[in-house]
Design a protein around this ligand. Sequence first.
Ligand code: URA
Length: 239
Amino acid sequence: MGKEIRLDKFLADMGRGTRSQIREMAKKGRISINGQPVKKTDLKVDPERDAVAVDGQPVAYVTHEYYMLHKPAGVVTATEDNLHRTVMDLLKTARKDLFPVGRLDIDTEGLLLITNDGELAHQLLSPKKHVDKVYFARVAGALPEDAAQRMAEGMTLRDGTPVLPAELAIDGTDGDETLVRLTIREGKFHQVKRMFEALGCRVTYLKRLSMGPLALDPELPCGAARPLTEQEIQAVKER
Ligand code: URA
């Protein structure tokens, strides 16, 4: 037998409304379990065995969902915010148990994984796991000649925080800016910006290209999201 959950949680997780809305729906006889209308929403259901329906339409309980979002600048990596639009607003799903895995700053763009798989999130975020994250950055001005070497050795940020060795690749220049790719293996607060600051440089644009085996889909427009493919899900789980 699978794990039983309350009927109202089942339906709220699947985006069918708040618990009080679901209670109202049940009172009106709109919800059934195994074909029998139910009036109470604190009943337990087994998502693997019980057939739950709303208005006669079956509702499947999909346990885990995984989305790739191409985060634009100007939205915050949070599930709720009073001031700004959040990454969850862009996902346009009513499902309530999803959350972003790690965070990108409001002005950072690029790959963000959104899921409700807490175990996978933990695996990807745990400092002990050293998951590679690759960023593209535009940096104002020229970098010191020994920038790559200092980053490769593991540098100390201005406030004394040590960071793990990182790989810096210079892609070229554009006017006064240097274009780089930086691979880091941890996720300290504002880490990329602070690493360049420690070299006396300022990041003017930042975009995450990949996280472990998961790469930002070049076909995914900025601001759009899509479910991960089965291969992508397997790849992130297996790393
Ligand atoms: N490093 C930063 O400085 N900002 C981000 O958003 C991600 C990594």
